[in-house]
Design a protein around this ligand. Sequence first.
Ligand SMILES: Nc1nc2c(ncn2[C@@H]2O[C@H](COP(=O)(O)OP(=O)(O)OP(=O)(O)O)[C@@H](O)[C@H]2O)c(=O)[nH]1
Length: 312
Amino acid sequence: MPQSPPVNLEPILLDALKLTPNCFGVLNQDKEVIYCNQHFASIFGTTAEDAIGKKSGDLLRHAWETKQGVIINTDDFEQWLENLHKLHSEKALNQYETDLSDGRWFKMTRINLDSGYTIIMGADITNLKQAQTSLEQAHQQIESLVNTDQLTGMHNRRSYNQLAKQECARAIRFNQQLSLLVIDIDYFKVINDNFGHDGGDSILKQFAQICSDLLRQSDSLSRIGGEEFTIILPMTDGEGAMIIAERIREHIAKHSFHTTQTNNNINVTVSIGVSSLTAGDKVIQDLFSRADMAMYCAKRGGRNQVQQTQPV
Ligand SMILES: Nc1nc2c(ncn2[C@@H]2O[C@H](COP(=O)(O)OP(=O)(O)OP(=O)(O)O)[C@@H](O)[C@H]2O)c(=O)[nH]1
């Protein structure tokens, strides 16, 4: 068999490192760059010619000062660099992701050789990161859609179930107060009959906005049925919940509702049931049943009122 002539791989490999879209650099024992390609240098906002002979710490300092290349968020660069050197010297192999001021992302691999040399490689993962960001945004949009009532923009029944369960578990676990309001708009059928379904929808939207404006950020308003709403009031006892319920009832009764179909002022009232967590409660359904019962008491009592039931 004829022997193939020996090949000098070095110039081929150097060409490959120059042409690859990935970054590649080698540091000596003193952490000075002894070889790098242009992509590697761009991580520090400089050129390959300029980077060679420089210490990696000085290149990072240049990136930090000029805000070019790798994004370094620190007010104390020297401390940051010390921590980084410590982190990188702990293991023979380090892998991390890094983002650049021009929007690129690299997945870096840093290998500390026994000889004291360090090889640093980086694969451009910008497309991957962009796809990941789009996917996360799409996921957030879907989450928001499935948990939001499309008419009022408030939580829907599904979201209420989740939130109520969480809040109840938290309140029981940490021995905190928790109250729940069940609100039903009075004679809503009449509103629909008089002003049409679109008119009714408009009232529901206005109603939700008024309630929402009266609540704290930590409270959550949900539309759990046609004209039925709940409000979860964390860290709120029965007395506090009655004050909030009465405030909502009063605001709604005084408010002049409008629809696009009519210029008339429309008067709306609500019946509200209030319940608060007690020692015997195990699940949110215990609170809901009592608040719902109280709401029906308010209906029977003549509507436009707040009722509170005590646990039996
Ligand atoms: N416009 C509109 N109406 C709805 C919606 N969902 C339910 N409704 C209507 O709300 C009305 C509820 O009527 P009822 O359950 O009889 O109660 P009500 O008329 O409010 O009377 P009380 O609750 O006893 O004071 C019905 O006419 C439903 O069609 C909705 O999304 N939009």
